[in-house]
Design a protein around this ligand. Structure first.
Ligand SMILES: *[C@@H]1O[C@H](CO)[C@@H](O)[C@H](O)[C@H]1NC(C)=O
Ligand SMILES: *[C@@H]1O[C@H](CO)[C@@H](O)[C@H](O)[C@H]1NC(C)=O
Ligand SMILES: *[C@@H]1O[C@H](CO)[C@@H](O)[C@H](O)[C@H]1NC(C)=O
Ligand SMILES: *[C@@H]1O[C@H](CO)[C@@H](O)[C@H](O)[C@H]1NC(C)=O
Ligand SMILES: *[C@@H]1O[C@H](CO)[C@@H](O)[C@H](O)[C@H]1NC(C)=O
Ligand SMILES: *[C@@H]1O[C@H](CO)[C@@H](O)[C@H](O)[C@H]1NC(C)=O
Ligand SMILES: *[C@@H]1O[C@H](CO)[C@@H](O)[C@H](O)[C@H]1NC(C)=O
Ligand SMILES: *[C@@H]1O[C@H](CO)[C@@H](O)[C@H](O)[C@H]1NC(C)=O
Ligand SMILES: *[C@@H]1O[C@H](CO)[C@@H](O)[C@H](O)[C@H]1NC(C)=O
Ligand SMILES: *[C@@H]1O[C@H](CO)[C@@H](O)[C@H](O)[C@H]1NC(C)=O
Length: 386
């Protein structure tokens, strides 16, 4: 029985760890982190933030309902029950669960008022999810699909139960030439963008968008997914711990753009911004949005775990109704660099430079570490007066 350890590549001598998992928060419908590897004997310590959430065990096939026993009637999994937390409360309830074996543990928030946190927001969590087949991403997809008509659930659960992660395609880069009017001036601009990108628009007055890095929300950028006009600025405000705001690319969410770009594009990087617990003067980094091409980024901190791998990523001007939207980017970050990365490298070189040379036709499913590298070309030519 103890051989089950081998599949997780865990040394039997490891001390039991306590995994802190933040549940919800103001306008946050997520477990953070939401996909972890835990050893037998470890403790999953769910900490409930404001609002009224649960940590309830479910199954891979039915993410948003309680885990049932063999009779298909009796709930057999753990369930924290509802944990209402008033705004501003410092007394955050904790629900501990011990990991008893190496099987995957699937969890959701059972709050349905005024909407289902699980089916509509994908508020789910997994410990020891397989990295192929019944992956965390497939579980999350199942949860979101269950928000569709109950008519569809039987088909979606059976198909997605065996569906492996499919890497979204790298964006198609197109060159766009367009005129932009600002005040009395008209400019001809040429830039590299992505199919489906919004037309370039200059805000009448450039706006500054603030993205909070860390802070009470935990390992997240808040908001993590914004749209900004040309010449707008974005200020990353570092409010806790020791994070970075670092530009990456869609295909390599957790690698500095400088390391994957073959055009010499460097991208911005705030460097580590340590913030003391009582600091009120927060350090910040401000960048300027020069075109409508999506900007992707992440937090570089890997101590003690990869923040990017737990989904601490952001996007600016991601094209929501394309395969390359923010959710796909975050999914890729978690999938490729999440808790699985350190324990289950199946011998494949995972250095960022190991790009696939040439497309293999018919290779639809990408395995871990074989994401093709795309080149983020951003060229902006402003000032050509008409
Ligand atoms: C928490 O949510 C549950 C389920 O919606 C509800 O029954 C309960 O009254 C809520 N508690 C508070 C304090 O809002
Ligand atoms: C949860 O587990 C942690 C670590 O063992 C412990 O410090 C804490 O008191 C526990 N909390 C509850 C409510 O059991
Ligand atoms: C592990 O066993 C304890 C004691 O039976 C139980 O309370 C807990 O829910 C179990 N953990 C899981 C993940 O099922
Ligand atoms: C319903 O299913 C479609 C695809 O079948 C999916 O795109 C959509 O996000 C789902 N909606 C919800 C609320 O889960
Ligand atoms: C689901 O089934 C109900 C009743 O059969 C039907 O009214 C509804 O339109 C169906 N929904 C979808 C999305 O097919
Ligand atoms: C953006 O700002 C620069 C510098 O102020 C200005 O020269 C340029 O015309 C602006 N471009 C647009 C499209 O607003
Ligand atoms: C911040 O994190 C980096 C990378 O882990 C580390 O090198 C640095 O010492 C940390 N700084 C502080 C003040 O903790
Ligand atoms: C932060 O402030 C609290 C309350 O004033 C104090 O008890 C604590 O020691 C301070 N912590 C640090 C690291 O300065
Ligand atoms: C926008 O252009 C300026 C000046 O060339 C550059 O410093 C900045 O990094 C660019 N912003 C982005 C997001 O690339
Ligand atoms: C990203 O932002 C768009 C536009 O605000 C929104 O529709 C979408 O739901 C967001 N996606 C995620 C995953 O937060």
């Amino acid at each position: 029985m103890k051989t089950a350890f081998a599949s997780l590549a865990v040394l039997p001598f490891t001390l039991a760890a306590v995994h802190q998992i933040a549940v919800g928060g103001d306008n946050i419908f997520a477990f953070n982190p939401n996909n972890i590897v835990a050893d037998v004997g470890d403790v999953l310590s769910f900490q409930f933030n404001v609002k009224n959430h649960t940590a309830t065990q479910s199954s891979f096939a039915s993410p948003c309902t309680k885990l049932l026993g063999a009779d298909n009637l009796t709930p057999v999994g753990f369930n924290s029950g509802f944990n209402p937390v008033a705004p501003g409360s410092l007394d955050l309830p904790v629900f501990n669960v011990t990991v008893n074996d190496s099987k995957p543990i699937w969890v959701y928030c059972a709050q349905k008022n005024p909407f289902s946190h699980c089916a509509e927001k994908g508020m789910v969590f997994a410990a020891n999810a397989p990295t192929t087949g019944n992956t965390f991403q497939a579980f999350l997809n199942n949860a979101l699909a269950s928000g569709n008509s109950t008519n569809a659930t039987s088909t979606t659960t059976t198909t997605s139960a065996t569906a492996a992660w499919t890497s979204p395609p790298a964006p198609e880069i197109v060159t766009v030439t367009a005129t932009v009017t600002e005040g009395d001036n008209t400019y001809l601009t040429t830039y590299a963008s992505w199919e489906g990108s919004a037309a370039p628009t200059a805000a009448p007055q450039p706006v500054n968008h603030v993205i909070v890095v860390g802070g009470s929300a935990g390992l997240v950028f808040t908001p993590s997914n914004i749209t900004a006009s040309i010449n707008d600025t974005v200020t990353f405000q570092f409010e806790s711990k020791n994070h970075t705001a670092t530009q990456s690319s869609f295909s390599n969410p957790c690698t500095e753009l400088a390391k994957t770009s073959s055009t010499g594009q460097v991208g911005f990087d705030s460097g580590f911004m340590p913030v003391g617990v009582n600091d009120t003067n927060f350090p910040s980094l401000t960048i300027t949005v020069n075109d409508t091409a999506p900007i992707w980024g992440y937090c570089r901190q890997t101590n003690p775990t990869s923040h990017c791998g737990s989904g601490m990523v952001f996007s600016i001007n991601a094209v929501e109704d394309s395969p390359n939207n923010f959710a796909a980017f975050q999914g890729l970050a978690i999938h490729n660099f999440g808790s699985s990365a350190s324990t289950t490298s199946s011998g494949s070189a995972s250095s960022p430079s190991s790009s696939d040379s040439g497309k293999k036709s018919g290779a639809i499913r990408a395995s871990v570490g074989s994401v093709s590298v795309f080149v983020g070309v951003v060229a902006v030519v402003f000032g050509m007066m008409l």
